[in-house]
Design a protein around this ligand. Structure first.
Ligand code: MN
Ligand code: MN
Length: 466
């Protein structure tokens, strides 16, 4: 690249035929993984299974570490660190790819169950930045865990199999939708209207006078939950239950070049990062994949990027290595590290061209996106990569034949966003945002380009090998 100025290439034109075959195979595996794993817990469990078959060991079960060792550590079933110990000393720094595995969705309220108008519902509380109108009148699935009073866990995953029931949030019919249609789109469907239909058959229970009892649909659902899952109404209080689209990831277009699926932000980066570290052998620097929770709501909490899980795990790795342990060395390891904040960017959408700055947008098919800074307005809240680190990664990708492009999230003053980059940067390490671009980000069905997904995997791979 260079002589004519910056001009991103179309990945499909750059790939050899054998590579194009590999792109389709890789994406089919990714699509299946994405369909099967729609919550943090599911993603972590499937990651551990994959890692175990590839020779990675649980760090908790090891008493020492040496170069080449492949390890992982899970935090509360919702975050994971994967590492391969490098040939160089830890204090030379780690090469980290950090992504998040939470996605926008709808959660249940703590006391969700009620009956109204002859239907049983779950009250909900949405999670992350969603456009609420996109979540009505589509098939929804219920995933998660319920912890009973004795501490045992019950798992629910309903709405994914062909013969499963689905769940549903209703919308008003157009015939009566006049007032709704005159509202602003942000008010057309409100948070409190996102109530999930969960049942409609009343129990035949009569009261002492022989009259039909009230709220018998709710009662029938409660006895069904008791019978099927052994849970009580109060058990729903100690639960992580998530409502997600009951849709599988599928190819888009006659040519099958795109993939549509729920939760690609940011499981597309999480999956490609996992595959990249699995395929890494004997890295010079210790390679690390960091998959965290709660990015969509600010990275807070014990499982988010702002938790001490990351540095505690680095301390544990140092402690188990043959290097001297000290607080100073621990800080040096972290400070000398380099990170790709692996997250998605917005793809240019010709249907909404006016919010994108054409020369600074990412495009589907033009490779993995390097985002120098995020933020909003005058870069407020941005984590900006230094020119030096941006230059280093650009040079690495060019040397390695990675198809890449740059991208800014929309026009100046049009909006903005952020990633976990800022929290990694707080450790005084070099960080750059790097991941594929999506259409319809944060919708129930997000779209990415297969050639971009594959180049994201390649990009993380060469970063680990560097
Ligand atoms: Mn994201
Ligand atoms: Mn997001």
């Amino acid at each position: 690249m260079g002589e004519k100025g910056y001009e991103p290439k179309n990945g499909w034109l750059e790939m050899e035929d054998v590579e194009i075959e590999e792109i389709f195979t890789f994406n089919q595996e990714y699509a299946d993984f994405l369909t099967a794993n729609k919550t943090e817990r599911e993603f972590i469990r499937a990651s551990v299974e994959l890692l175990e078959t590839e020779g990675f060991k649980n760090l908790d079960e090891l008493s020492s570490l040496k170069a080449g060792d492949r390890v992982y550590k899970v935090n509360r079933e919702k975050a994971i660190i994967v590492a391969i110990i490098g040939e160089k000393p830890l204090s030379d720094g780690l090469h980290i790819v950090g992504a998040h595995i939470d996605s926008p969705r709808i959660d249940l309220k703590p006391n969700p169950l009620y009956e109204d108008g002859g239907l049983a519902f779950f009250n909900t509380h949405y999670y992350g930045g969603i456009k609420k109108y996109q979540w009505v009148s589509i098939p929804l699935a219920l995933h998660g865990v319920i912890v009973k009073e004795d501490g045992s866990k019950v798992e629910i995953r309903l709405g994914e199999e062909e013969d499963d029931p689905v769940f549903y949030i209703s919308d008003i019919l157009p015939h009566l939708g006049k007032k709704q249609m005159e509202k602003k789109m942000s008010e057309g469907i409100t948070g409190e209207q996102l109530n999930l239909v969960i049942g409609s058959i009343p129990s035949k229970k009569k009261d002492k006078e022989g009259e039909q009892e009230k709220e018998t649909v709710k009662a029938a659902i409660l006895s069904l939950l008791k019978e099927k899952y052994g849970i009580t109404g109060e058990d729903l209080i100690s639960a992580d239950l998530e409502i997600v689209p009951a849709l599988r990831t599928r190819d888009v277009g006659f040519d099958r070049g795109l993939l549509a699926g729920y939760g690609q932000d940011d499981r597309v980066c999480s999956y490609t990062a996992l595959r990249a570290i699995i395929d890494t052998e004997k890295p010079a620097h210790t390679a690390m994949v960091l998959l965290v929770d709660k990015e969509e709501i600010g990275s807070m909490g014990s499982t988010g990027m702002q938790s001490h899980f990351f540095e505690n795990t680095v301390a544990e790795i140092l402690n188990l290595s043959n290097e001297e342990y000290s607080e100073f060395i621990l800080r040096k390891i972290i400070e000398n590290s380099q990170a790709l904040s692996a997250d998605v960017n917005a793809a240019f959408d010709p249907n909404f061209a006016d919010v994108y700055a054409k020369n600074n947008s990412a495009y589907l098919g033009k490779g993995v996106v390097l985002t120098k800074y995020t933020g909003a307005r005058g870069k407020a809240g941005a984590s900006e990569a230094t020119a030096e680190f941006m230059g280093k990664i650009r040079s690495l990708f060019n040397r390695s034949g990675i198809i890449w492009q740059i991208g800014e999230l929309g026009k100046v003053d049009e909006g903005g966003g952020g990633t976990i980059a800022q929290f990694l940067a707080n450790y005084n390490m070099d960080v750059l945002d790097c991941g594929p671009a999506l259409l319809s980000m944060h919708s129930p069905y997000e779209v990415a380009s297969k050639v971009d997904i594959y180049n994201t995997y390649l990009a993380y791979s060469v970063f680990f090998a560097d």
